[in-house]
Ligand binder design. Structure first.
Ligand code: URA
Length: 441
């Protein structure tokens, strides 16, 4: 078998055989296939797509490229959650403790920021002392004693994805349904939870920009889950605008704490309760409306926040910062983003906001860039709100004057204010199960 022939076959839009897909994954993971051949094949897949059979084989081969985790020693139905990536998406920090507080164990392996999107591990590492890289025993022990744990992905879990993702990131081959579906589902299957909830982001700040392509991605992943005997639900949520009021690592931890303390942004709370309720539903805790009630109650009675604090403490983090936000290291420079006119805020472009946040220092411009945990954006105003000239829309934070000014300009270029109020896309747009699609728009 030759890589050249596989590339040519996919270039001509033909279906690859199982052994050809296996050859690609095995040879690329072991370093025997060079980046230029893997890139060419990825681009051919991006352009010509993959059949259901090919996507399922690709997922299987990626899963088999490394170790898997057996969670069967942990009692209860374990539920995992994964977001396809967004701006201001701190839902894992809120949803996991809520679900754990309702008695359902959550074993979560999360990633770091990627491109303009943030990552849960970077957010958690903004908490002084927090250890995100746990050995298997400690990960299990934390789930057993606290009810949930969040750890970074070990290098031995789906090593094929580690290599392929880094290559896709720099070859414009991220936005492909079979590639995203196999990347996410191979990791979810490797971690071994019983059920999976997927949060598929749609809109300008998401990898899937259109509603239809988001539905197709959701269906593809739900099918993969089903064929691997994992009950899987996908919800489609809006990522035209950043989620919540804060974007940036410690700023998002603060916002997550506020939600768990029963305060903060209503849209963010609504999405989190919906995601948590679907996880509880998957774990067999009752009807979706009953599960929503349980999730809301764990915010009202403080048990969700208590769980977050317990997990942070167990993983070495300073829990004082969760109570007294002033103890987080502060940004050296800040600028206000001021409205230059009266009118309605009709656009806060999520992708622009994500790029601005990276420029401010909250994300990585290069693979090895150091993160500034205090950098980011805090919005005072929301989409659809009326503002007057000179009103403060947001504040931007950075460690350096140049970055602060540049980030502010990028953020401003994604904000539209006009006299006429335009409709805002709904927050929760669809729910996809193996029984069908419920659309809410
Ligand atoms: N998240 C992943 O883990 N993989 C992708 O390909 C896209 C988002």
């Amino acid at each position: 078998m030759r890589a050249y022939d596989i590339i040519e076959k996919k270039k001509n839009g033909k279906e690859l055989k199982a052994e050809e897909i296996k050859f690609f994954i095995d040879k690329y993971t072991s370093g025997e296939m060079p980046d230029y051949q893997a890139s060419a094949l990825l681009m051919a897949i991006c352009i010509n797509g993959m059949t259901k059979f090919e996507t399922s084989e690709l997922t299987r081969c990626m899963l088999e490229s490394g170790e898997t985790i057996d969670l069967s020693d942990i009692s209860g139905v374990k539920v995992d959650k994964h977001s396809t990536g967004g701006v201001g998406d701190k839902t894992t920090l809120i949803v996991s403790p809520i679900v754990a507080a309702c008695g359902v164990p959550v074993a979560k392996m999360s990633g770091r920021g990627l491109g303009h999107t943030g990552g849960t591990i970077d957010k958690l590492e903004s908490i002084p002392g927090f250890r995100a890289s746990l050995e298997r025993e400690e990960f299990f022990e934390t789930i057993e004693s606290v009810g949930f744990s969040i750890t970074s992905q070990s290098g031995n879990i789906v090593p094929a994805d580690k290599k392929l993702y880094a290559l896709r990131d720099v070859t414009a081959t991220v936005e492909s349904i079979p590639l995203i579906a196999s990347s996410i589902m191979s990791k979810k299957l490797a971690v071994g939870s019983d059920c999976i909830l997927l949060d598929v982001k749609t809109g300008s700040g998401a990898f899937m920009k259109s509603f239809d392509s988001s539905i197709e991605l959701a269906k593809t992943m739900v099918d993969i889950g089903k064929s691997n005997n994992k009950e899987t639900i996908a919800v489609i949520t809006n990522m035209d605008i950043p989620l919540g009021n804060a974007v940036g690592n410690s700023l998002e931890v603060i916002e997550a704490c506020e939600i768990l303390k029963g305060r903060g942004d209503g849209s963010l709370r609504k999405v989190c309760i919906y995601l948590a309720a679907n996880m509880l539903y998957l774990a067999g805790k009752g009807s979706l409306s009953r599960c929503k009630e349980m999730a809301s109650n764990s915010i009202k009675d403080g048990s969700g926040f208590y769980k977050l604090r317990e997990m942070v403490k167990k993983q070495g983090g300073d829990t004082d910062v969760l109570e007294n936000y002033e103890k987080f290291p502060k940004a050296k420079v800040s600028h206000l983003v001021i409205s230059d006119r009266d009118g309605y805020i009709n656009r806060i472009d999520a992708e622009k906001c994500g790029i601005a946040t990276v420029v401010l220092g909250a994300g990585r411009e290069k693979k090895d860039s150091e993160i500034d945990y205090s950098a980011g954006v805090v919005f005072n105003k929301s989409i659809g709100e009326f503002v007057k000239k000179d009103d403060v829309i947001a504040a931007v934070y950075s460690s350096n004057e140049d970055r602060c000014a540049k980030g502010k300009q990028i953020l401003l270029s994604g904000i539209d204010i006009s006299p006429l109020k335009l409709p805002v896309s709904p927050l929760i747009q669809a729910r996809v199960t193996d029984e069908g699609i419920e659309k809410f728009i």
